[in-house]
Design a protein around this ligand. Structure first.
Ligand code: CTP
Ligand code: MG
Length: 214
């Protein structure tokens, strides 16, 4: 078992590594810290258009709720925390970030020594709208499980928008998603996102922008 297990492990690890890296990153990737840095930086870059919408929605929120105040089974369908204005402004902010990153992707890639992708419009919309949709889906689940507006739902709160963004991007820009979201990048996203999410929400709470620190 051990004799078979070790080579298998080595082969699958090198498959993940070679899938994850392209030629330009290879030199940096030869050192373990270089590889981790490249994966984390790529994860942050590709997810920025999905990170910004939720924060923009907090600033822009208010007005008509998406569910129009309607309830289902004695509870709000989504609640007053999901508004048309917040969703629209959040999505536009995410798309704007993607277009901005695309404009500077070449100089930033050169400076960082890693290949950071440009965002086609389909990917930009998939990431931004997907992040909003994931967050809305989480509110739907929260209301169905008896959680009031603003209640914490650990795990779901930190990753709902990641799942939404990845799914919608896979749908809107399949080829781009396949070449961008390699196993290594996905792993980096799953580690980085909860840390950034908790951090930015605590800052927003301290600044009085959010009612709860999650
Ligand atoms: N917001 C919005 N529209 C969205 C998402 C957020 O208007 N699609 C605004 C709302 O003002 C909301 C605030 O951003 O109150 C914070 O977002 P979030 O924490 O996601 O909502 P909660 O109010 O905590 O409600 P829920 O329990 O449903 O998540
Ligand atoms: Mg909340």
């Amino acid at each position: 078992m051990r004799a078979i297990g070790l080579p298998l492990w080595v082969v699958s690890l090198s498959a993940v590594v070679s899938l994850t890296l392209n030629r330009r990153t290879l030199a940096a990737a030869l050192s373990p810290s270089g590889m981790v840095w490249a994966l984390l930086a790529t994860a942050f870059w590709v997810m920025l258009p999905a990170y910004v919408p939720n924060n923009a929605a907090v600033l822009a929120g208010g007005g008509r709720p998406i569910d129009g105040g309607r309830s289902w089974g004695g509870r709000r369908i989504l609640g007053d925390g999901k508004t048309w204005r917040g969703t629209l402004v959040g999505t536009l902010a995410g798309v704007g970030v993607a277009l901005g990153l695309t404009a500077v992707s070449e100089p930033v890639s050169a400076a960082a020594g890693i290949s950071l992708p440009a965002f086609p419009l389909t990917a930009a919309i998939g990431l931004a709208l997907g992040a909003m949709a994931g967050d809305i889906g989480a509110s739907f689940l929260k209301r169905r499980t008896g959680r009031e507006r603003g209640a914490a739902f650990p795990g779901v709160d930190q990753l709902d928008f990641v799942v939404g963004a990845l799914l919608l991007t896979a749908l809107f820009a399949p080829a781009w998603a396949l070449s961008t979201f390699t196993p290594g990048v996905i792993a980096a996203i799953l580690i980085l996102t909860p840390i950034l999410h908790v951090g930015t929400n605590i800052i927003a709470y301290k600044l009085g922008l959010k009612n709860e620190p999650w």
